[in-house]
Ligand binder design. Structure first.
Ligand SMILES: [Zn+2]
Length: 257
């Protein structure tokens, strides 16, 4: 996408969220940062040696965007609003570029970018994104999973606006959880403590005893694996733990910029 598109969408999102003027400026600067300086991630080559690879803008890794959004959320919970909006802006850049199909060998890329440059942000998509956003990491992850490159510039713009607005609302939502989430998390923790943990320990002890009686001490790690499997199988518990993390302050962290 052109810089003017990134800035236009960021301004519309900032208006929708009623961000103060200084944070609007940070959001606009953040949304342009990946084109100005680029982001790099550390990868391992065939010989397991680390190297730094530039993040691709039109096919970004969802995990990388999710990481930026978690950083933004953590900063928001700690009251570091500038850091939060800066990281959010960087994540939105990849969501917006990822909404544009480039075609094989970038054949249609330049023409589409030119056409997009003449388009304005879609106010309806901005409004819908803000209205239906949920303060939940599962919602954020579903938004990112729905991110697909679109061939028609109209669709690209609509998706970029919708997801930018929804993700911004989810990340900058109030830092306290709903009563329902608190209650559900407590219930899930209690069930896990009373049912799944004793089950996991019991199964591990039984399996370990059986293996020792059979004279197979080398297979003892299987008992630990069985316990871990039972612990992991409590999907509701792990779901609510993850949802609660959206509202939990991390230990005072270094600045995310
Ligand atoms: Zn870009």
């Amino acid at each position: 996408m052109k810089w003017r598109n990134h800035v236009d969408i960021a301004s519309s999102v900032a208006r929708e969220l009623s961000l103060p003027p200084e944070l609007r400026g940070v959001l606009k600067a953040g949304v342009l940062q990946p084109d100005r300086e680029g982001d790099k991630v550390v990868r391992l080559d065939r010989n397991a040696l680390p190297y730094r690879q530039r993040i691709r803008h039109h096919h970004p890794r969802r995990r990388f965007i999710m990481g930026l959004l978690w950083k933004a959320r953590a900063a928001h919970l700690e009251g570091r609003e500038e850091d939060a909006v800066w990281c959010l802006g960087r994540a939105l850049h990849y969501v917006q570029d990822g909404s544009v199909a480039v075609g094989p060998f970038h054949i249609f890329h330049d023409r589409r970018e030119e056409e997009l440059g003449r388009r304005k942000a879609a106010p309806r998509a901005i409004h819908l994104g803000g209205e239906y956003a949920l303060p939940s990491p599962m919602f954020v992850s579903m938004c990112l999973r729905s991110l697909t490159p679109k061939r028609r510039t109209r669709d690209s713009m609509f998706q970029a606006c919708l997801l930018s607005s929804a993700l911004s609302s989810a990340v900058l939502s109030p830092p306290w959880p709903s009563e329902a989430l608190v209650a559900e998390t407590r219930r899930a923790e209690r069930r896990h403590r009373l049912v799944f943990l004793p089950l996991a320990v019991g199964a591990a002890i039984t399996a370990a005893t059986g293996l020792l009686l059979l004279g197979q001490p080398l297979l003892l790690p299987l008992a630990a694996l069985l316990a871990a499997g039972i612990h992991r199988s409590d999907l509701a518990y792990h779901h609510y733990l993850r949802e609660r993390r959206w509202f939990v302050h991390a230990a005072p962290a270094s600045r995310t910029i």
